[in-house]
Design a protein around this ligand. Structure first.
Ligand SMILES: *[C@@H]1O[C@H](CO)[C@@H](O)[C@H](O)[C@H]1NC(C)=O
Ligand SMILES: *[C@@H]1O[C@H](CO)[C@@H](O)[C@H](O)[C@H]1NC(C)=O
Ligand SMILES: *[C@@H]1O[C@H](CO)[C@@H](O)[C@H](O)[C@H]1NC(C)=O
Ligand SMILES: *[C@@H]1O[C@H](CO)[C@@H](O)[C@H](O)[C@H]1NC(C)=O
Length: 422
């Protein structure tokens, strides 16, 4: 996740102005209104309802009642009489399914619930880090607009008495570690360590970062907290049908989802599912076989270490790998600032320069939609999805690639699987 910030800066700096920011609120069902027909138009059905908005409204009702019944219990000291007839954890019926919202082709986030009574937060699900943080009620204006975690309002929260600081490139957050119950896709992680932040740097303000917090899904070895990461806690609960997490990432609203404890076999071609072993537990680190273009192996990177990171936008590799990738592309121009370099290619030819990534025995093609990140201010050159860092001798495989495949993070067998999307 250290690299997410780098990438976020890339996107803001390079494609920020020509690409109008999508209205993220339109993706969030519960903020939508269901249009009501007026008397004069009701007869001819000139307006139709949006089923997504209805589902959003129904979900919102559940959240509202779960929150207000929790408040009743806190305020009066006893549970609301109807609460026994209300399944506050009806998330359990979700079968691990967590729908994800995309923001500016840059980050994907979904809901978790934390505490008793459970309160809903949105977090980026980041396979490139292992810690979970949320804004706390102690955080001032820096956290305005975000939902805040209030340990005092949660029956089973425990203060670990451990301060934390997490630094992500330009941004940082600091606060205190707690343990509390966290629900994801209906599964419960008991006594999950989480950071309740009282400091959010501007990069995490609501305007720059719409979700409330971030949940790392990698291994304990890279956790900066002293506690097990969310995935490990879920796995140890023994309730997951399979100790895997499946991802589909897309910029099409309503098309992205994460499945905790399984995969959604409707979303990929099972016969193409190809696993590569994690070579070093910590990150989801695997071997990248090759990067090719036009059927030619441009980079034979037999031994290239690659980290599979849903929390990073670009593919970021070493300068020498990226340079040899772009070397033969006419009009490819490197733009370097400090240690970071990105490349632009004339917009009328960039689509013929898409890469293919080989993992194990299978080559996965990157689409023009995800590789071509759009034009610069002159609409002459387009930003290409493979960037480089002089500091890195490995490759971070981010969303530019991951949007092209169904990915499976297999905790039990410490391997990552990729399959062609259905
Ligand atoms: C997950 O939820 C989304 C939206 O609620 C739905 O479209 C999708 O079919 C669900 N997937 C599964 C596997 O239930
Ligand atoms: C790059 O260009 C050189 C010289 O034109 C050519 O020999 C080589 O095959 C090209 N490589 C790729 C990967 O296109
Ligand atoms: C390149 O691909 C993008 C995304 O698929 C598309 O919008 C654009 O029109 C294409 N450009 C050309 C010149 O074909
Ligand atoms: C980085 O890569 C170069 C060339 O591929 C290799 O010679 C060198 O040993 C690597 N350095 C590290 C620190 O891994």
């Amino acid at each position: 996740m250290k690299f997410t910030a780098i990438c976020t800066l890339f996107v803001v700096a390079v494609v920020g102005s020509p690409t109008p920011p999508p209205n993220i609120h339109s993706n969030m069902g519960h903020t939508k209104r269901i249009p009501l027909n007026s008397r004069s138009t009701a007869g001819n059905y000139s307006k139709v309802f949006d089923p997504k908005a209805v589902w959003g409204q129904l979900g919102f009702v559940h959240h509202k009642y779960s929150a207000t019944m929790g408040a009743y219990q806190r305020n009066t000291g006893s549970p609301h009489p109807l609460s026994s007839r209300f399944d506050v954890h009806s998330v359990a019926k979700r079968n691990g399914n967590v729908s994800l919202v995309n923001y500016k082709s840059d980050l994907w986030y979904g809901e978790i619930e934390v505490g008793t009574p459970p309160k809903t937060f949105t977090v980026v699900f980041d396979t490139g880090s292992s810690d979970l943080f949320l804004p706390s009620t102690e955080c001032g204006v820096a956290c305005d607009g975000h939902t805040a975690y209030d340990p005092a309002a949660s029956s089973f929260s425990k203060d670990s008495g451990q301060p934390f600081v997490l630094t992500y490139g330009a941004g940082e957050t600091a606060g205190e570690e707690y343990v509390d119950d966290v629900f994801v896709g209906g599964y419960e992680a008991d006594d999950q360590t989480l950071g309740a932040a009282w400091i959010y740097s501007p990069e995490f303000s609501k305007d720059n970062f719409p979700p409330d917090g971030l949940s790392g899904l990698a291994f304990r070895e890279i956790s900066e907290f002293e506690g097990s990461p969310l995935f490990q806690t879920l796995d140890e609960s023994g309730k997951l049908p399979q100790s895997v997490i499946g991802f589909k990432l897309s910029t099409t609203p309503g098309d992205s989802e994460m499945v905790v404890g399984g995969t959604n076999t409707d979303l990929y071609h099972s016969d193409t599912l190809t696993y590569v072993p994690v070579t070093k537990k910590g990150y989801w680190q695997v071997k990248l076989g090759a990067i090719s273009r036009l059927g030619q192996e441009v980079i034979e990177s037999q031994a290239a270490d690659a980290i599979i990171d849903t929390g990073t936008t670009f593919v970021i590799t070493s300068y020498s790998i990226a340079q040899s990738y772009y070397a033969n592309i006419s009009g490819a121009t490197a733009h370097t600032e400090g240690d970071d370099t990105y490349w632009t290619i004339p917009c009328d030819t960039i689509n013929s320069t898409v890469p293919t990534f080989t993992f194990g025995t299978r080559a996965f093609k990157v689409s023009t939609e995800t590789y071509n990140l759009g034009p610069d201010v002159d609409y002459a050159d387009c930003l290409a999805g493979i960037a480089a860092s002089a500091e890195m001798n490995f490759t971070i495989v981010g969303d530019v690639f991951l949007q092209n495949v169904y990915s499976v993070f297999d905790y039990a067998n410490t391997r990552v699987g990729f399959a062609e999307l259905a």
